[in-house]
Design a protein around this ligand. Structure first.
Ligand code: SF4
Ligand code: SF4
Length: 223
């Protein structure tokens, strides 16, 4: 995180560089912000166990062995969704997550202390039993371990393995519709509840999904 510029600082000049470079991961200490709706669930996405994620501390990609909840980044890739570039400020400054409070680009010690503490998970803020049951079913059926296993079998089993992958993608797609319809959950919250769709994250295996006109999925490799 440190560079020549930040090393010269001893206070925040509110340049916004940290908010423009990434978004925070939520820690257990942020539970009330989500529970009370100060951070909207539609602005959070879950990174599930086994998913590929950028470790901003180490500056490398890694497969996570723990669930992570992250604040969304803007679609143009310009940092945290809560950062207002025109106003040069955080639109939820009073209620910003603990990682943001701890961040001082000239001294990482407080951030690292906070970072080492327990992370928030979906089950800390969701208590609807029906939803929890469907989430557990989804985690079991559509785990990244299962997806990786199927991808690894493509070379040996060909079509059979592709069929298994398409089954997982279909399940992941349909359960989102089911949750929205039956449990009255807005679709904007689905990336928080189930993590990002497998049709997007499958690119971590060098594959991509094309949606056919009839709604079916077609699996191909990323060029
Ligand atoms: S903490 Fe963030 S906003 Fe403050 S000076 Fe450092 S990079 Fe800029
Ligand atoms: S929540 Fe606010 S302070 Fe934290 S990264 Fe986003 S814009 Fe910056």
């Amino acid at each position: 995180m440190k560079n020549n510029e930040t090393e010269k600082r001893d206070h925040c000049i509110r340049c916004g560089e940290c908010c423009l470079s990434s978004s925070p991961t939520l820690q257990m200490a942020d539970v009330s912000l989500v529970y009370d709706g100060l951070i909207e669930k539609s602005n959070i996405y879950a990174i599930r166990v086994g998913e590929l994620v950028r470790d901003n501390v180490k500056g490398e990609m890694k497969v996570t062995d723990k669930e992570i909840l992250k604040i969304r980044e803007k679609e143009n890739g310009r940092g945290c969704i809560y950062y207002d570039e025109e106003e040069k400020g955080c639109t939820m400054y009073e209620h910003r997550p603990i990682q943001c409070r701890a961040l001082a680009c000239w001294d990482e010690s407080e951030f690292m202390r906070v970072y080492a503490r327990p992370k928030l998970s979906r089950r800390d803020v969701i208590n609807d039993r029906n939803l929890l049951r469907l989430m557990a079913e989804h985690d079991k059926k559509c785990s990244y371990m299962e997806l990786e296993k199927c991808v690894g079998q493509i070379e040996k089993e060909g079509e059979k393995a592709v069929k298994s992958i398409l089954e997982l993608l279909k399940f992941d797609y349909k359960i989102r519709l089911l949750i929205a319809e039956r449990l009255n959950v807005v679709s904007a919250e689905m990336d928080f509840i189930l993590g990002r769709p497998l049709t997007e994250t499958i690119n971590m295996f060098g594959l991509k999904v094309i949606r056919e006109q009839d709604g079916s999925f077609f699996l191909t490799t990323v060029e």
